[in-house]
Ligand binder design. Structure first.
Ligand code: LLP
Length: 426
């Protein structure tokens, strides 16, 4: 993992905290978030992209403490629901640095966004243009971006490829839908069109698709200037920056993005005689993903007749649905016990009532792996807890933040009492 190191006794540590100690203290499954790593990643974006507005995509993982870190590191926040917006606002995040997304924003969400005075709202369908305009008043117009689909395929799985036509988000550039949306926004006195937005997909390992998107969007910006007589001052390229889940995985390097993308934008704008818009980016996974480690306890080890070995842990698809949803591949490491050195191939499976509840297939783990052992899954800080479910009433795990040898509980473990608290008894 990016942040886990072998400690003096052979046990893994993160942020100076032994994972075995943390597991004993807080129980398992446990999600451990390295504060320094989150902050360092946020800072790396600001350094690599000094003239770009960097907004953390809250959907990857959100908690009030994380909101403070993001705020302190000078990033903005991309939210996509009333819940994310309320949590961020309650944590004191400056509303002008918040951007609201969503392909199905409710009237309540739009009203709340207006009441809080969020900095930007991304328009995703024609109906919300007059709906949002009706909530504005002359002295406080709403800044918006129009989400367009540039026709660039990128991302680790079909479910997250949003840069191409035929999926629900945005207005296709091809065929004129994007231009029509721009025209309608410009016709609303209560709306200020900041610029265009696109999000290509997620877990993208190279800068190439972004360069292609920049070319197409610069062309669209030139078309908007020619047809509507305006030069739009902002261009939001969304998120999608990939991380390494396993050694050797291709990760997108913010420094490379920063070296190539703004330069290409300047070049393309030059070609079209456009002034260069200010860039925005919305990385989620790349900020928190590598900073998280999931710690599980082995509950049983089963040797199948065909030689397969199943190590079942106390979590699974309820805290990490990514392997089941996308076929996502992870690595796993034993925590804190000296072993003989011999290894075996093991399927690390969850505790849920489905054969598909497999966290890591074919992992190399100690030959003497046994119940009670701890396993750590790195790169667990994004799209695991934020997509966790209540399946089998196992309860969502606790989350702790670690830093300089200290661990603090950020989110307590969910219990059956939490489930029962929502029930109405008759
Ligand atoms: N901006 C927009 C408009 C997005 O839709 C997303 C992610 C992001 C930014 C942040 O993308 P990131 O930098 O985190 O890749 N659950 C899936 C990923 C879904 C991504 C949805 N949108 C997964 O676990 O792979």
């Amino acid at each position: 993992p990016a942040s886990a190191r072998a400690g003096a006794n052979g046990g893994l540590t993160v942020g100076g905290v032994g994972l075995a100690d943390a597991a004993d203290r807080f129980g398992t499954p446990l999600y451990v978030l390295d504060e320094h790593e989150v902050r360092a990643r946020a800072r790396a974006y600001r350094t690599a992209l000094p003239d770009t507005e960097v907004l953390y995509a809250a959907k990857a993982f959100l908690s009030s403490t994380l909101v403070h870190w993001i705020e302190e590191e000078g990033l903005g926040l991309d939210v996509c629901s009333e819940g994310e917006l309320r949590l961020a606002a309650a944590a004191g995040f400056p509303p002008e640095r918040i951007l609201l997304h969503g392909n199905a924003k409710s009237p309540d969400e739009l009203r709340l966004a207006r009441r809080l005075r969020v900095g930007r709202i991304v328009i995703d369908n024609l109906a919300e243009i007059p709906r949002l305009a009706a909530l504005t008043v002359a002295d406080a117009p709403q800044r918006v971006l129009v989400r367009v689909v540039p026709g660039v395929a990128a991302g680790h799985h079909e479910a997250v490829r949003t840069g191409i036509a035929g999926q629900k988000f945005g207005f296709p550039v091809e065929g004129g839908d994007a231009m029509e949306a721009v025209r309608r926004v410009l016709a609303q006195p209560g709306l200020v069109l900041g610029g265009l937005h696109c999000h290509l997909g997620s877990q993208i390992g190279s800068v190439e698709p972004y360069l292609t998107a920049v070319e197409r969007l610069a062309e669209l910006l030139a078309g908007i200037r020619d047809e509507c007589g305006v030069q739009l001052p902002e261009l939001d390229l969304g998120g999608g920056h990939g991380i390494a889940y396993r050694p050797g995985d291709e990760a997108l390097d913010p420094a490379e993005f920063g070296a190539l993308v703004p330069a290409r934008l300047a070049e393309e704008c030059g070609r079209h005689g456009l002034s260069v818009p200010r860039l925005l980016v919305e990385p989620g996974r790349a900020v928190t993903g590598p900073a998280g480690v999931a710690v599980y306890r082995v509950l049983s080890v089963k040797h199948g007749a065909d030689g397969r070995v199943f190590a079942a842990v106390d979590g699974g698809m309820s805290d990490n649905p990514r392997p089941a949803l996308y076929g996502a591949r992870y690595s796993v490491r034993p925590v804190g016990r000296t072993t003989t050195g011999a290894t075996q191939q093991v399927d690390v499976v969850g505790r849920h009532c489905e054969a598909g509840d497999v966290l890591v297939r074919g992992a190399r783990l100690p030959a003497d792996l046994r119940p009670g052992d701890l396993l750590a899954v790195p790169a667990a800080g994004a799209y695991q807890l934020s997509m966790a479910s209540g399946y089998n009433l196992v309860g969502r795990p606790a989350v702790v933040a670690v830093r300089d040898g200290h661990a603090r509980l950020l989110i307590r473990r969910e219990t059956v009492e939490d489930f029962r608290a929502r029930e109405i008894f008759h």
